[in-house]
Design a protein around this ligand. Structure first.
Ligand SMILES: CC(=O)N[C@H]1[C@@H](OP(=O)(O)OP(=O)(O)OC[C@H]2O[C@@H](n3ccc(=O)[nH]c3=O)[C@H](O)[C@@H]2O)O[C@H](CO)[C@@H](O)[C@@H]1O
Ligand SMILES: C=C(OP(=O)(O)O)C(=O)O
Length: 433
């Protein structure tokens, strides 16, 4: 398994281009199953998750062509003239939660599907009950045995009113794709409002769907008989952007400019960073982060659904707070087990106690020192990289396959800003020591 080694203590200086969003790209790829015509996705991030989903889609009969776009980003052409199999096996679905979202499109297009229960980051129990209830409300018959969901709707799906008992990004997206091809009108209440939902709804509309209200809690979908192909540029990755904004604040004297970004998507994070003492300037598509020589101040955060503080940035923000002056409280309200980075930050010398009820107290220390640490999930890995950038000496992050799921060319982007970071390949003798 690969590792990342970094020598901390170097201020970052330079530009970091933000890639297309993983959490949008994978849903857009799944949405391409809804049409027999080609869908071309541009601004695609090159990630383990998009590759893995590509392999899954190929099993259903999707032809995939990847090319380099004029802007250096990948373009992916997905074409599923016919669904040749509606079976998603455990081995592929267990590796990534969002791959479960192929169920709705397969069902809407063919009237049946057999999909394994999903895996993904182990940050909580993460059931799929809301996904299944929404598909049932749309008229699907659902059975579950041997770890698989068997879904049937031989006469097609029917529009319905669906009130989500609490906000779920995945369930909203899943039901949105299925409802696009249902007979009649579907209304969602208490839908998720994340920018990736808007990206998906707008792409579906470009494919001929009739969706209004995406980005608000009430979404109305007038089902259509079929969808057509389209060209669609994946929205920028607000979590990647936020991660590099925080990396740019890790060392005194840093100045990092994020490009190809929509600053409004990380508004709350930037406010918190300003409160902590960072200087931040934005234009329509850039964010510049300047960190002076002073110590940052402790700031509290509570994770919330969009537009609140993103749970996917909680670990990275905590990394910054480990060196801030004072005590900050980090409250995680979305996932019940998303503090696995805490003991790893402790190896670097951070002083954090996890309290009951999804709360952690971070008491800022004067210095972190490099150590061997283990990446436990995707965003926790990024948190360890940020802490490593600020630590004295060498930090080695093990199990970086988590990082490769969601960060395109992380070492390249950070090295371009002066970071002393390198990948140790799995068969490198240092790893065997
Ligand atoms: C691939 C992708 O886009 N992943 C994102 C998506 O995950 P994901 O779509 O899995 O997150 P959800 O919004 O669905 O989960 C929110 C909460 O609802 C619970 N829940 C969800 C569905 C369900 O059927 N039953 C249920 O109980 C979950 O366990 C969690 O506690 O949104 C999360 C919240 O912004 C992000 O952290 C993830 O990065
Ligand atoms: C939790 C994440 O991914 P997934 O939902 O695929 O596990 C994430 O992107 O931070």
């Amino acid at each position: 398994m690969d590792r990342i080694a970094l020598e901390g203590g170097v201020p970052l200086k330079g530009d970091i281009p933000v890639s297309g969003a993983k959490n949008s790209a994978i849903k857009l790829m799944a949405a391409s199953l809804l049409t027999s015509e080609p869908v071309r996705l541009t601004n695609m991030p090159r990630l383990a998750d998009t590759r893995l989903l590509g392999r899954l889609l190929q099993r259903f009969g999707t032809q995939i062509t990847e090319t380099n776009g004029p802007d250096g980003h990948q373009e992916t052409l997905l074409h599923t003239p016919e669904i040749t199999s509606a079976f998603a096996p455990y081995d592929l679905v267990r590796q990534m939660r969002a791959s479960f979202n192929v169920l709705g499109p397969l069902l809407a297009r063919t009237g049946h599907a057999k999909v394994s229960l999903p895996g993904g980051c182990t940050i909580g129990a993460r059931p799929v009950d809301l996904h299944l209830k929404a598909l049932e409300a749309l008229g699907a018959h659902i059975d579950m045995h041997e770890g698989y969901v068997f879904a049937q709707a031989p006469r097609g799906l029917k529009g319905a009113e669906i009130e989500f008992p609490f906000v779920s990004v995945g369930a909203t997206e899943h039901a949105l794709m299925a409802a696009a091809l249902a007979h009649g009108t579907t209304v969602f209440k208490n839908a998720a409002c994340e920018p990736e939902i808007v990206d998906l709804a707008e792409c579906l509309n470009a494919m001929g769907a009739k969706i209004t209200g995406a980005g608000t809690p009430t979404i109305v979908i007038e089902g259509v008989a079929s969808l057509k192909g389209t060209d669609w540029a994946v929205i920028c990755d607000r979590i990647e952007a936020g991660t590099y904004a925080l990396a740019g604040a890790a060392m005194p004297g840093s100045e990092v400019r994020l490009t190809k970004v929509r600053p409004e998507l990380i508004g709350i994070l930037l406010d918190k960073m300003r409160q902590a003492g960072c200087e931040i300037e934005t234009t329509a598509d850039t964010v510049t982060i300047r960190r002076g020589q002073e110590r940052l101040k402790a700031v509290d955060i509570t994770t919330e659904v969009y537009p609140g503080f993103a749970t996917d940035l909680q670990a990275q923000f905590m990394a910054l707070m480990t060196l801030a002056e004072g005590e900050s409280t980090v409250r995680e309200t979305i996932f019940e087990n998303r503090f696995m980075h805490v003991p790893e930050l402790g190896r670097l010398g951070a002083n954090i106690s996890v309290l009951h009820g999804g709360e952690a107290k971070v008491t800022g220390v004067e210095e972190l020192r490099g150590a061997q640490v283990m990446a436990t999930d995707l965003r926790a890995s990024a948190c360890l990289v940020i802490a490593g950038l600020a630590a004295r000496g060498e930090t080695v992050v093990n199990r970086v396959y988590h990082l490769d799921r969601g960060f395109e060319n992380l070492e390249g982007k950070l090295s371009a800003c002066g970071a002393n970071i390198r990948r140790i390949k799995g068969n490198d003798p240092i790893e065997e020591e």
